[in-house]
Design a binder for this molecule. Structure first.
Ligand code: GAP
Length: 436
């Protein structure tokens, strides 16, 4: 089983992920994706979009603004209820999330329950706590040149509201039949009290969300269908190990304020099991609230029957960083001093690495460049490596998950063949260049 520190170290060493603002000592809860990370991240996002939008006839995309009219967050309930329980150590003034300090506690933990648990401060070891207070996790900003109450706006804490607020626009331009979904990928911001576990809990993350609109009576069937499809995506498209995934039916007291049913799909991460994604039945909560706040009708009119009603919503929501970390944890494999990222071919940043056996033989380099150009034309995601010796190159390509290394040697000059080395088995086969 991969340890978190091994994954963090690999990510930094090979250019997948760096701490945000690294050069200034970092910025808690933020991370920067490097050259390899951005390729893997984009492959994941593309695989999601392709599976959920491109390949279906009932899904439409939007890309809404991050800063929305603040009435959005009043109507959605985030201003009043998007809170975490904050407790302060009176000795060292550390501010911590109370529910994360008590085993099995939920976000609704009370001060009495917290104090009864006899928790010691993990920073200074003392046991002298403030009352628990609710801490709103939305980042505030000001829009325009005046910083007053009227100019307050928020960085969106979920991409979902950009979908709900465009519900009518999509219906009035696309005329979709129910059931249909609207999908969005993009940044979301949460002022987490305790960002932790590498990229698992961040202050700035990317979400991929769908609001799937259904007839009110159809929600249970649609929920189960959506749940099964999530597993197909996670297991067959992304290739996460089935044994590391578990569905958790979230009890009522732990559900978000808008949800009448939630199933979290949990993943067995290196530091323990955590929520990878959520599937929620949001009823007509959001559209009704938008209707109340905006005064505009959110009703949907059935073209065949003429019936009008507010649709209900099934929402699958997944964070790109959590998916990224699950992919790395599932793919990380160690065999003695060989570290391999067993990424599926569709996710691997590079599909091939081409190199000449020796860097200082111009005839080998010229032939290898020819092979490189030929593969690059066909597959695009091909890398060139002539650094160090061949063993070092294999080591590097194994660590970044490149499925095949193609090596041009002296025989290649005679027989127009190359050695193709497989990442997972290390097996080497001779292949004609024309058949690559
Ligand atoms: N629109 C519903 C929603 O936002 P959520 O359970 O708060 O629900 C959905 O978030 C998903 O977004 C989570 O399952 C997780 O994958 C990701 N996510 C949420 N907060 C995150 C954070 N602070 N850092 C990284 N990912 C996060």
């Amino acid at each position: 089983m991969a340890k978190m520190e091994d994954i963090v170290s690999l990510c930094k060493r090979r250019g997948f992920i760096f701490p945000g603002s690294d050069v200034y000592g970092g910025m808690a809860g933020t991370w920067d994706f490097g050259p390899l990370g951005v390729m893997l991240k984009r492959n994941l996002m593309q695989a999601w979009w392709n599976f959920w939008v491109d390949q279906r006839d009932d899904m439409y995309g939007v890309d809404a603004a991050i800063i929305m009219n603040p009435r959005t967050w009043q109507a959605s309930g985030h201003v009043d209820t998007f809170n975490d329980p904050l407790v302060e150590c009176k000795e060292c003034h550390a501010r911590l999330r109370a529910d994360k300090l008590v085993d099995g506690a939920t976000e609704s933990i009370t001060t009495d329950e917290f104090l009864a648990a006899g928790v010691k401060c993990p920073i200074c070891g003392k046991q002298d706590w403030s009352e628990i207070r609710k801490f709103n996790m939305m980042f505030e900003t000001h829009v325009g040149p005046v910083n007053d109450e009227k100019s307050v706006a928020y960085l969106r804490p979920e991409t979902a509201q950009g979908i709900f607020t465009n519900f009518k626009n999509v219906v009035d331009t696309i005329y979709p039949d129910l059931p249909f979904g609207i999908a969005q990928q993009g940044k979301a911001f949460r002022n987490e009290i305790s960002p932790r576990d590498f990229i698992l809990r961040d202050r700035e993350c990317s979400q991929m969300e769908i609001e799937y609109f259904v007839r009110p009576d159809d929600w249970e069937k649609a929920f189960e269908k959506m749940r099964a499809a999530q597993h197909v995506f996670l297991e067959e498209i992304v290739g996460l190990p089935v044994e590391k995934l578990r569905d958790y039916d979230v009890p009522e007291e732990d559900r978000a304020h808008y949800s009448r049913r939630t199933v979290d799909i949990m993943f067995d991460y290196p530091n323990g099991e955590e929520e990878l994604m959520g599937l929620a039945y949001r009823t007509d909560f959001d559209l009704k609230n938008i209707e109340r706040e905006s005064g505009k009708s959110m009703e949907y009119r059935d073209k065949n029957t003429g019936e009008t009603f507010i649709p209900h919503v099934i929402e699958p929501s997944i964070g790109v960083e959590r998916l990224f970390l699950a992919v790395l944890s599932g793919a990380y494999w160690e065999d003695g001093d060989r570290i391999v990222l067993k990424l599926s071919e569709n996710l691997a940043p590079y599909k091939f690495c081409v190199s000449p056996l020796l860097k200082n033989k111009p005839e080998l380099v010229a032939k290898a460049k020819e092979v490189y150009r030929q593969l690059k034309e066909k597959y695009i995601f091909v890398t060139w490596d002539d650094s160090g010796n061949i063993g070092k190159r294999y080591k590097k390509q194994d660590e970044i998950g490149t499925p095949k290394c193609v090596v041009v040697d002296f025989d290649s000059l005679e027989d127009d063949s190359v050695t193709v080395r497989d990442r997972d088995t290390t097996e080497q086969t001779r292949v004609k260049i024309s058949e690559l």
